[in-house]
Design a protein around this ligand. Sequence first.
Ligand code: ZN
Ligand code: ZN
Length: 408
Amino acid sequence: MKILMIIVDGMADRSVNDTTPLKSARTPNLDRLSEMGINGIMDTIKPGIRPGSDTAHLSVLGYDPFKYYTGRGPIEACGAGIEVMPGDIAFRVNFGTVAGEGNIFNKRVVDRRAGRIQKKEELVKAVNENVKLDGVEFILGNASGHRAALVFRGENLSDRITDSDPKNEGEKVMKVRALDPSAEFTAKIVNEFIEKSHKILDKHPLNAEREQKGLPKANALLLRGVGKAVHVPEFSERYGMKMAVIAGTTLIKGIGRLVGADVIENERFTGSKNTDLDLKVETALNCLESHDFVLLHIKAPDEFGHDGDFEGKRMFIEKVDSALHPFLNLDFSEVCVAVLSDHTTPVTVRDHTADPVPVMIICEGVRRDDVREFNEFQVYRGGLCRIKGVDLMNIILDLTGKSKKFGA
Ligand code: ZN
Ligand code: ZN
């Protein structure tokens, strides 16, 4: 039996006048699936713990985030296509604009996104080819827009260091500091990298061109989200299943690569409101032929939550629902489908909260309950009751006959 997990990012919400974007949306397809399956609510991490998308995704894939999550850097680095190894120190990076005199730590950040620069492959290449560090290797990986990821590899590296990104424009680039004596060497190397890469970028022809056009120079790398990569067992060795990930966001692609999945790339999967939902669904159906486990991720409802846009979120959920229509024709004796949200992103809070999320599982033999509508209010009455994210995979493995017996 194959498994399809559909994760609609931040789809769940808190009650606004006794309704939510999901509850007020017209969702005949989700409701039909709900009717065919077993429903419940889920704490993707633990009750009261506000999940990030990364920790929540690890958890629902059966990877305890308290064990495998060591910061966003390593996941972004995987997402940027870097082959991350245990022991590597990884950062998320913004290409930014700095101005002022002296070395980079005397300069101020005037734009944290360098005018939202799009094409910067040449700059990434120039840094990789021209910056030299003593005894430590590094890899700068390109990501979408102004984003990148950075990995340091070598002996005695530590992630007990601070960020260089001041997070606010108008402030100076921060010198990376060691949080304990064992990290002094790492801090020194990282600061050296920040200064050397700035020198290369500042005089790069692409930036001279940008300056002529009146665009902000992409002349600084701003580092944050440091983490030390740990060994994460591959999905295939853990579950004996070949996994495919269909996602637009670097973070979710990073989770996929971290667990050794095939990440299906397509420029029409934007990880945003303009993504091609129909193409994603079609791709998921194709992947079900070639893979045993398919993760389909849809990002935009989370963005509407962060924007505080109830109506936008409701309408986008309706679009998601229409796009999911082809899944109603699946043979549920061959494919087990799970639909869930990774966390709640209430439009009233504009950030993630720990409110549990709706979840449903549809497959042959499942004990159907009497829930007929897939929303935050109805699923409480379902047969799954309240589960933890890290238990979801076990429940699905059992329903699909892939679970080992505990005991005789
Ligand atoms: Zn999320
Ligand atoms: Zn979010």
